[in-house]
Design a protein around this ligand. Structure first.
Ligand code: C2E
Ligand code: CA
Ligand code: CA
Length: 558
């Protein structure tokens, strides 16, 4: 019974090892195969029977590899210890395969000493690992290295004290392409620009995508002149038209540059400084490059302070809302006012809204601040109504607030909770609303306007004012920006501009407010051109809401 089972067990054993998809083999002390399963036979293209009695050198396509196998076998035989090896073999089809091999020494009465081997093919797994490693270091969209590689690249030049430059490149208004044409077009656009960057890069230099529409170049062993020349070149290649889906798109970029070792020798410092320079380049009107300077860092530090402290400012009661009365040009009567925000920082004193409102908009904090303004304006208006002061009050509204879902409901509720009729509150908007969802903005404004809210267009002439925008929005007032009023008496160009804006407003049946009126000469000119209302230091500076009554009495006496 037992004896009979031996050949059966042996063919069973054979069947089993042939089913294993890994190499299983045994060789004697001379390196001759005693056993090999199907997997080995298949890899080398000869039958499992024929392999037996052959050595690796007899059939392995690569002689060097065969010699390596033998060396390992001998080491295992000599040491009597198991050996784990990561090896590479070439199979009969010429494919190079990665193997994870275990070699075990044995000594059997039938064969004497030998080596038992098991190899697992890890070619695919290794390829996947390499892919993962690649993706960890590269941007999947553009194929450029990602941020992690910046530190790796910078290490050597910084350690050597080499003169190198870090260029922070940001596409100008790329968001508009994404928003208006969709992310697919945006992605293709980024790929094309990245390819241009990669082509422009000198082999010794580095470029990576930081994320979004931001890129970093590092130029090694460079000079100020070379950096300037390269920056100009980047501006030029970005500005070249891009053709996507039959459309021709144009974009520009802004570049901030910091140089090592002059501006810093640590990655984060260079990044910070290049970023400060980039901010300046954007401020200067974009499509430009800017070197880092110390003053820029002070400005950047200040921005950071504003960012960080603004949130606390709301909580700590550091915000204040003033009002600036507006006078009727014909009657000289004060009938309305504009609410203007002030920030009294405990640490840095008075900070202008011109400085912190843009940062609040960038950070999204404008919603919290804007809501505070609306609630405060309602409280003030209620207090006036209670004292019998009939005064219209308008607040400045950022596009983001207007486009916030639920804004209309919030605004109505706030006014109603404070007991303020909607006809007593106005909203001042700028052309900024054109950059967002115009339909949605029109919807909200029309609905509020139907309920009696006055809508003014603010800073007219400064942005991308378009006629269709003026026609579509439910406007009743147009405010001429103070920059045009300023020189309208001395400068004929400004006079023409003011005249044209007034004509335009009249054609659209809008009332006109002139902002920033400081002199009698301006009043005379503006009056003769048909301006309806004046707002400016000549009449009243921004004041506490409680002081309005006093101001009205004083002006009535005059
Ligand atoms: P704006 O809406 O154009 O406000 C008019 C600005 O002109 C105010 O500056 C006002 O103080 C100033 N001004 C008025 N009359 C004169 C004058 O005769 N001469 C001169 N030189 N300036 C005059 P302010 O208060 O510094 O506000 C600046 C800007 O900040 C505002 O410009 C507005 O865009 C923004 N802002 C102010 N408060 C708020 C707010 O509550 N929300 C939002 N989103 N923005 C606000
Ligand atoms: Ca305003
Ligand atoms: Ca204005």
């Amino acid at each position: 019974m037992r004896k009979k089972s031996i050949p059966a067990a042996s063919s069973f054993f054979r069947q089993m090892i042939d089913l294993v998809p890994h190499f299983i083999f045994a060789k004697d002390a001379e390196g001759r195969y005693i056993l090999a399963n199907e997997a080995v036979a298949k890899a080398y293209g000869i039958s499992a029977e024929r392999i037996c009695q052959l050595c690796d050198a007899d059939f392995a396509p690569n002689a060097e590899e065969a010699a390596g196998f033998r060396r390992d076998d001998l080491e295992v035989l000599r040491s009597g210890k198991i050996k784990y090896i990561n090896e590479v073999i070439t199979d009969c089809d010429g494919n190079v395969r990665d193997l994870m091999t275990t070699k075990v020494p044995f000594d059997s009465p039938e064969t004497g000493p030998g080596v038992l081997g098991i190899c697992i093919d890890v070619t695919e797994r290794n390829a996947a690992l390499r892919k993962i490693a690649y993706l960890a270091e590269h941007c999947h969209l553009t194929g450029l290295p990602n941020r992690s590689q910046l530190s790796v690249f910078l290490e050597e030049p910084i350690q050597n004290g080499e003169s190198c430059a870090l260029l922070f490149v940001d596409l100008d208004q790329f968001k508009q392409i994404n928003d208006s044409l969709g992310h697919c077009v945006g992605d293709v656009f980024l790929q094309l620009i990245s390819a241009r960057f990669e082509q422009a890069r000198d082999p010794k230099d580095f470029v990576c995508r930081l994320g979004g529409d931001e890129f970093i170049f590092v130029l090694r062993n460079t000079s100020t002149d070379a950096v300037s020349a390269f920056s100009s070149e980047l501006l030029r290649i970005v500005a070249e038209p891009v053709a996507i889906n039959g459309m021709t798109l144009m974009i520009t970029c802004s570049i901030g540059v910091a140089q090592s070792p002059e501006h810093g020798t640590a990655e984060d410092v260079l990044m910070k400084h290049a970023d400060a320079a980039l901010y300046k380049a954007k401020k200067l009107g974009r499509n430009a490059f800017q070197w880092y300077t110390e003053e820029l860092q002070h400005a950047a530090d200040r921005r950071l302070f504003v960012y960080n402290e603004l949130q606390a400012a709301v909580r700590n009661g550091e915000l204040e809302l003033l009002v600036q009365p507006i006078v009727d040009a014909q009657s000289g009567v004060y009938g309305s006012a504009e609410a203007l925000l002030r920030w009294h920082s405990r640490e840095r004193g008075l900070i202008s809204p011109d400085e912190f409102i843009p940062l609040a908009e960038e950070s999204g904090l404008i919603r919290v601040i804007g809501n505070w303004v609306i609630e405060e304006a309602c409280r003030m208006q209620r207090a006036w109504l209670d004292r019998g002061i009939d005064f219209h009050l308008s607040v400045n509204l950022s596009a983001q607030q207007l486009l916030e879902p639920g804004f209309e409901h919030y605004f109505r509720e706030t006014c109603s909770a404070a007991g303020v009729p909607l006809e007593k509150i106005g909203l001042e908007i700028t052309e900024g609303v054109l950059l967002g969802d115009v339909e949605a903005a029109c919807g909200v404004l029309s609905s509020l306007s139907d309920s009696g809210v006055t809508v003014s267009v603010d800073d007219f002439g400064v942005g991308y004012s378009s006629l269709s925008y003026l026609r579509r929005l439910p406007l009743s007032i147009l405010k001429i920006d103070r920059s045009f009023v300023k020189d309208c008496v001395e400068n004929p160009d400004d006079a023409t501009l003011v005249r044209t804006i007034i004509m335009l407003a009249k054609n659209l049946k809008l009332q006109v407010v002139a902002e920033g009126v400081e002199t009698e000469a301006q009043v005379n000119f503006l009056c003769s051109e048909g301006v309806d209302f004046f707002q400016g230091y000549l009449f009243a500076k921004p004041m506490l809401a409680g002081d309005v009554a006093v101001h009205l009495e004083e002006s009535a006496l005059r």
